[in-house]
Design a protein around this ligand. Structure first.
Ligand code: NDP
Length: 334
C-alpha cells in the first residue's frame, strides 16, 4: 500500500467512525458527538488537516489522561457581556456547543459580547465557531494559541504557536464570508501531511534543526515554522497570544510547551471569541453596504473570497476520499 492510497467514505460513515472511536476511547456521548460533528464538517468542507487526520492525536490525549473524555464544561455568565466557560479539561468542541448559543444571544441584545474558554484542548479549525455566529447575523472573531512551533520574526527558536485566527461576516442571501488561518506560513497539520505524502514545502515555510531555511517537511518538523508575511504575520501571532492567553488567563504557547506531556494531542489553552451585532453598531444599511463591497471585490479579475472553496465543497454530499493508511490507524483504535 502506498502512502497516497485512499478509500471513499460517505459523510455519515465518517461521522459514525469518529463517534465510535471517541466512545471506545473514553468520551461520553456529548463529547463524542461534538467531536464527530467537527471532524465530519471538516471532511465535508475539505479542511483535511483538521478532519479525521486529527483522530490519532485526540485519542493519544485521552489515553495519556491529559484530556477528560466526559468533561462537562461549566458556564459563568454573571457579567453582562462576558461569558466565561471552564472546559474542565475536555476538548473544546463540546464547550463551544454549549457556549456559542449564549454568546450569540447576548451579542444580539447588547451589540457586542466576548466568550472566553479556558481549560480546554483545541485541535480543530476555528471556522465552525465564527461561521456559527455569522449564520446568526453576527460578525465574529476567534483565536487560540497552541504550543511553541513558530519562530517570531528575526528569531530561529520556536516561541509562538501556529496561532490561528478566524473572522466571519454575515450575509443574508449567501453563506457568510469567513477566513480561518494559521499565522504560520503553513499549519503544522499541512506540514505533517506533506511529510506523509512526500511533498516539498513552499518557500518560507520553516527552518530545519540547523536553523537554515528548508523545504523538506521532515526537517521543518524537527526545526521550526515561520510566521506568514515576516514581521507582519509575527505581529498578528503576537496579538493572538495576548488575546487568547493574556485575556483569558490560560496558557501562552510557551507556558503550554513547558507543561504539555507531548502525547501528540493538543496542548491545554484558552480561546477568545468576540461577537458583534452589525445591526446595532452600523445601523439598518449595514447589509447592503457591505454586500455591495463584497460583490465588487468578488468581481475583480482573479480574486476569490476566502471560504468559497469550503462552501463549494460543502455542496457535494457525495463520498469523500480518506487516506487509507490513516483509516487503518483509526479503525485499529475502535
Ligand atoms: P489556508 O492557508 O488553507 O487558508 C487560510 C484562509 O485563506 C482560508 O479561509 C481560505 O479559504 C483562504 N484562502 C486560501 N486560498 C485563498 C485564495 N487563493 N484566495 C482567497 N482566499 C484564500 O489555512 P491554514 O493552513 O493557514 O489553516 C488551516 C486550518 O488550521 C485553519 O482552519 C486553522 O483554524 C487551523 N489551525 C488550528 C490550530 C489549532 O490549534 N486548533 C492551529 C493552527 C491552525 P478556503 O478555506 O475557502 O480555501
Amino acid at each position: 500500500m502506498s502512502t497516497n492510497d485512499s478509500e471513499k467514505l460517505s459523510l455519515t460513515d465518517i461521522y459514525d467512525l469518529a463517534f465510535n472511536v471517541f466512545i471506545k476511547n473514553g468520551c461520553n456521548k456529548n463529547n463524542a458527538s461534538a467531536l464527530a460533528k467537527i471532524l465530519h464538517d471538516a471532511e465535508r468542507d475539505g479542511s483535511l488537516s483538521h478532519g479525521l487526520f486529527r483522530i490519532p492525536g485526540y485519542i493519544a490525549s485521552l489515553k495519556s489522561g491529559k484530556v477528560i473524555g466526559n468533561a462537562e464544561p461549566t458556564i459563568d455568565n454573571s457579567l453582562p457581556a462576558i461569558i466565561s466557560i471552564n472546559g474542565n479539561f475536555g476538548f473544546t468542541p463540546y464547550a463551544l456547543e454549549k457556549g456559542l448559543p449564549i454568546l450569540a444571544s447576548v451579542a444580539e441584545k447588547l451589540g457586542i459580547a466576548i466568550m472566553k474558554i479556558t481549560n480546554t484542548f483545541h485541535f480543530a479549525a476555528l471556522w465552525p465557531e465564527t461561521e456559527f455566529l455569522a449564520e446568526r447575523g453576527l460578525v465574529a472573531i476567534a483565536c487560540t494559541a497552541a504550543k511553541p512551533m513558530v519562530a517570531p520574526s528575526g528569531g530561529k527558536k520556536a516561541f509562538f504557536g501556529t496561532n490561528p485566527i478566524s473572522f466571519a461576516w454575515p450575509r443574508t442571501a449567501k453563506p457568510p464570508l469567513v477566513f480561518d488561518m494559521a499565522t504560520s506560513r503553513l499549519a503544522m497539520g499541512d506540514v505533517q501531511i506533506a511529510a506523509r505524502d512526500g511533498h516539498q514545502l513552499p518557500e518560507g515555510t520553516g527552518l530545519g534543526p540547523d536553523g537554515n531555511a528548508s523545504n523538506d517537511p521532515k526537517e521543518v518538523i524537527k526545526g521550526v515554522l515561520l510566521p506568514f508575511g515576516g514581521y507582519k504575520g509575527s505581529a498578528i501571532s503576537l496579538m493572538v497570544e495576548l488575546l487568547s492567553a493574556g485575556l483569558t488567563g490560560d496558557n501562552f504557547s510557551y507556558e503550554a510547551g513547558e507543561t504539555d506531556n507531548n502525547d501528540g494531542g493538543p496542548p491545554k489553552g484558552g480561546e477568545l471569541i468576540i461577537a458583534i451585532n452589525p445591526k446595532l453598531v452600523a445601523g439598518k444599511n449595514w447589509e447592503k453596504h457591505s454586500s455591495d463591497f463584497l460583490k465588487k471585490l468578488e468581481n475583480l479579475n482573479g480574486v476569490r473570497l476566502p471560504g468559497q472553496r469550503r462552501h463549494h465543497n460543502r455542496l457535494d454530499g457525495g463520498l469523500r476520499k480518506v487516506n487509507k493508511e490513516l483509516l487503518n490507524r483509526i479503525r485499529c483504535l475502535q
